[in-house]
Design a protein around this ligand. Structure first.
Ligand code: AMP
Ligand code: MG
Length: 337
């Protein structure tokens, strides 16, 4: 398969290009497109064969369900069997935006989309190009991140190509994404609701709308959602180069010991980390010291270091506080290789 790359201005996308993407989606094909979090790999969510194509292209285990994207909250009834009051409140406050809600599914949603589960994950993305595509297609679009399974999520079109060139029909290039990490996933089918994946929208922001939310992903729920089988390492969001995390202040010692055995080391830290040691063998990248700024650049930096032929990437862990929860979650998974 030849992947057709179409560059579009997100604010004023070419209508003919959009029509071509819609034709492919309606025909059961795969279209990658930018969202405000990361690039998504889209297929018609109501077409089982099309959704199965996503799993094949990504090499994604069948027990990892897909998030269904909608142009607006009014369309939720096409895929969800229930729209409880807290969902309404959260949608009003955070949609369009990087919040995914898990709800009871409608029978019209194919099993392959929900990994045979009784629930469906839905989100209304804010990115203008995602919005334009959803509106033009007039379909719910199932879209996980547009990368091979377990690998780094793509925040630029070139990252999608690196992972999926020749495996998807169309890539809509709308430039770099702004959010940088995947949406917060909130399960509203349990009492209290539970965050299944921390993300750009923090737990305290959610609690301000709907009251108490279960904190921390219990290992059992996490493995049920993400892993192909129990006992596997929770590797996800990972570069191909070995990555390890390190606490602030311990880097100098670790770098010295690494440099005695390995030659090319990448080191990712953030502006507030006190000790920044500059040595020519070290590929140093300093990210912003605020969680949103850091998240926006993290994957692009990891993609870049991952293609630099390094022996190892060392990442200084940001503080263990609520506002860094999502970033720390991704770094932990990136290190599980
Ligand atoms: P990604 O492939 O990066 O887009 O991730 C999709 C995320 O949404 C994964 O963490 C899934 O486990 C999660 N997800 C999707 N559907 C459901 C669902 N019905 N219940 C729980 N988690 C879900
Ligand atoms: Mg993913």
């Amino acid at each position: 398969m030849k992947t057709v790359v179409i560059s579009l201005d997100p604010a004023a996308p070419d209508q003919q290009a959009l029509a071509e993407a819609v034709r492919v989606l309606r025909g059961g094909g795969l279209v990658a497109f930018p969202t405000e979090t990361v690039y998504g790999l889209g297929a018609n969510a109501l077409d089982a064969a099309a959704a199965a194509g996503i799993f094949a292209a990504k090499g994604r285990p069948a027990n990892n369900p897909l998030i269904v994207h909608l142009a607006e909250a009014d369309q939720v009834h096409q895929v969800a069997a229930d729209w409880p009051e807290p969902a309404m409140r959260l949608a009003q406050r955070f949609w369009p935006g990087p919040l995914t809600l898990v709800l009871p599914k409608r029978a019209t949603v194919p099993d392959v989309v929900t990994a045979k589960g009784p629930t469906v994950a839905v989100r209304v993305p804010a990115h203008p190009l995602a919005q334009a595509l959803l509106r033009a297609a007039d379909l719910p679009i199932a879209a996980p991140s547009a990368n091979r399974s377990t690998e780094l999520s793509p925040t630029r079109a070139e990252h999608v190509l690196r992972s999926l060139d020749g495996r998807i029909d169309i890539l809509l290039d709308g430039g770099p994404t702004s959010g940088g990490i995947e949406s917060t996933v909130l399960d509203l089918t349990t009492t209290p609701p539970r965050v299944l994946r921390p993300g750009p929208i923090g737990i305290t922001e959610l609690e301000a709308e709907v009251g108490s939310i279960a904190r921390g992903v219990p290992p059992s729920a996490e493995t049920a959602c993400i892993l192909p089988s129990p006992g596997m390492m929770p590797r996800h969001y990972a570069p191909r180069t070995p990555l390890e995390c390190i606490e602030v202040g311990k880097e100098a010692e670790r770098l010295a010991s690494l440099l005695s055995a390995e030659r090319r080391i990448g080191w990712v830290t953030f502006a507030a980390a006190d000790e920044i040691i500059v040595r020519s063998e070290i590929h140093l990248r300093v990210l912003p010291a605020d969680p949103a700024g850091y998240a926006a650049q993290l994957y692009a930096i990891l993609h870049e270091l991952d293609t630099a032929g390094l022996d190892r990437i060392l990442v200084t862990l940001p503080p263990d506080t609520d506002d860094w929860l999502a970033v720390r979650d991704r770094l932990r998974r990136a290190a599980s290789n």
